[in-house]
Design a protein around this ligand. Sequence first.
Ligand SMILES: NC(=O)C1=CN([C@@H]2O[C@H](COP(=O)(O)OP(=O)(O)OC[C@H]3O[C@@H](n4cnc5c(N)ncnc54)[C@H](OP(=O)(O)O)[C@@H]3O)[C@@H](O)[C@H]2O)C=CC1
Ligand SMILES: O=C(O)[C@@H]1CCC=N1
Length: 263
Amino acid sequence: MTTVGFLGFGNMATAIVDGWRSTHTAEDARILACAAHFDALQDKAQQRGVEAVRTARDVVDAADVLIVAVKPYQIEGIFSEFLADVDWSTKLIISLAAGKLNSFWNELLPDGARHISTIPNTPIAIGQGVVVAEDAHTLTDADLETVRALFEPISTLEFVDSAHVSVAGTLAGCGPAYAAMFMEALADAGVKYGLQRATAYRLAAGMIAGTGALQLSTGLAPAVMKDAVCSPGGTTIQGVAALEQTGFRGSVISAIDAVESSR
Ligand SMILES: NC(=O)C1=CN([C@@H]2O[C@H](COP(=O)(O)OP(=O)(O)OC[C@H]3O[C@@H](n4cnc5c(N)ncnc54)[C@H](OP(=O)(O)O)[C@@H]3O)[C@@H](O)[C@H]2O)C=CC1
Ligand SMILES: O=C(O)[C@@H]1CCC=N1
């Protein structure tokens, strides 16, 4: 039986476990987790059939697969407490930490450590995530099979080269926040015109989900999809022109720039 240990059990770690539960993945694994606040952890863990343990060291010692789900800036401090005392070659380490790539882990961990850097996203909680994985890693083929077995049932797993893994992770990992803002803005507009908020959310979310599914299914360029909605002299193009006046696409690109320049 594989033991999967979560170092940190916040938004992303719980989303992954929720995704596993909704897709019957990792059902035969023992799953344990630690967090900063043990009392709150106990509730979150119990709801998900996860064993709450008190320290990071407890997780590391027990885990065959260690999922690093603390904030990126915390990693060195936490690992420094036991770095020299663990045989890292016995662990498969999956990092979720944005910006902590293969080069970081190579420097932190001794030779022989088996690690891969990934950036997941929150829709993984319902088995519809995207996981960006750096194609430079130190895993064996068997480890990669384990990564696939854990993530493919709950996400689209994309391997990306080291030079582009950061922006790929930003697009897919931060993107749900921006998509949610777009959804909220559409709903606010609906409410402004008298629509019930719950109805507006259903419409906006269904529209975003359907548009994404249409692109994935057809492979159409988004520009072509946009053109198909804009009848000549029609109403949609009026909205497109208004969005361009306020720099909609430039705003989105600036958001990605802001994330990338903060790393
Ligand atoms: N949220 C997202 O959409 C995404 C997050 N990520 C990455 O996932 C990682 C986790 O992010 P996220 O889940 O959002 O963050 P959260 O703040 O929700 O979770 C962080 C977890 O770390 C725990 N923690 C804090 N200090 C310690 C410690 N000393 N020892 C053990 N556990 C500790 C916290 O405990 P407590 O709950 O008790 O405070 C919490 O459970 C980050 O590296 C982030 O870059 C990557 C892609 C997307
Ligand atoms: O905002 C964050 O730090 C994390 C990284 C990717 C998404 N959320």
